[in-house]
Design a protein around this ligand. Structure first.
Ligand code: C2E
Ligand code: CA
Ligand code: CA
Length: 260
């Protein structure tokens, strides 16, 4: 992992996120990729835990944030819409005493608009040290940066705690989305999360949408945003620009509208 960092084997891919009511592109999630010199890929589920244990998630996390903010700034000349950029942040990063300071520095250095940046923190991380996380979130919000609770429903946060976190988004985990059309339990969970989010003035993002039926169900129950292989795979910046940001990419929104 250490050698891979020094040999620049890491890159960032971008997965589009769409608004369900209109079918328009509203943002993307930055996802880290490790491609070895021989061309083989190492899955994030394999190397992220390793990077967290070794502390190497600090330079890696910095790389993803800085790289994706620079990409976002490049897109501004191509596309006037204020796209939202979501970046994953791990527990180890969040607990660094200089986390907010570094975030502010990256925002300044890259000229990223803080209001267009969203940090995704998993529900399990948010649960680790509740008081410390509430404080950290407050400092992040003070910069104008938004927050999302990732993999929601897989941890055990209480409703009271969730409200205190004052996040902008709740991401409905893929495991519930996959049961959106045929599992009554998943349907109930999705509907409850959407309802709760609305009452807390939060928006919901469904992840891992793979079928038109899932998409239609999510839209029917009032889920706000969605991402998934059906709508677009994570792709390198060049492809994200060509397929999502160029004028011809409008056809994608049209086909999404057709599915809805
Ligand atoms: P995540 O944050 O929940 O990211 C969503 C994962 O679901 C991504 O996997 C994405 O490629 C995948 N995905 C998207 N749409 C679909 C779909 O329709 N079907 C299926 N089956 N999968 C879909 P990926 O890129 O392998 O990342 C896995 C996890 O690794 C992420 O889960 C996140 O927790 C972590 N990760 C990725 N990049 C970063 C990063 O830059 N920093 C940190 N701290 N963690 C990261
Ligand atoms: Ca995520
Ligand atoms: Ca997730």
């Amino acid at each position: 992992l250490r050698r891979a960092i020094s040999q620049l084997e890491f890159s960032v891919m971008y997965q589009p996120q769409f608004e369900l009511a209109t079918g328009t592109l509203v943002g993307c999630e930055a996802l880290l990729r490790w491609q070895r010199r021989d061309g083989s890929m190492v899955a994030p589920s394999e190397f992220i835990p390793m990077a967290e244990r070794s502390g190497l998630i600090i330079p890696l996390g910095h790389f993803v944030l800085a790289e994706s903010c620079r990409a976002w700034v490049r897109w501004q000349s191509l596309d006037q819409r204020a796209l939202k950029l979501s970046v994953n942040v791990s527990a180890v990063q969040l607990s660094q005493s200089d986390f907010v300071e570094n975030l502010e520095r990256v925002l300044g250095d890259t000229a990223m608009d803080p209001r267009c940046l969203c940090l995704e923190v998993t529900e399990s991380v948010a649960m680790k040290d509740p008081e410390a996380v509430i404080d950290r979130f407050r400092a992040i919000r003070a910069l104008g940066v938004e927050l999302a609770i990732d993999d929601f429903g897989t941890g055990h946060s209480s409703l009271a705690y969730l409200k205190q976190l004052e996040c902008h988004y709740i991401k409905i985990d893929r495991c519930f989305v996959s049961g959106a059309t045929d599992d009554a339990g998943c349907q109930q969970i999705i509907a409850s999360v959407v309802e709760m989010a609305a009452s807390y003035q939060m928006q919901t993002i469904a992840e891992g949408v793979e079928t038109p039926e899932q998409l239609q169900h999510l839209r029917r129950v009032g889920c706000d945003l969605a991402q998934g292989y059906l709508l677009g795979h994570p792709v390198p910046e060049r492809r994200f620009i060509a397929e999502c940001l160029m004028p011809t990419a409008e056809t994608r929104a049209d086909s999404l509208s057709a599915m809805l």
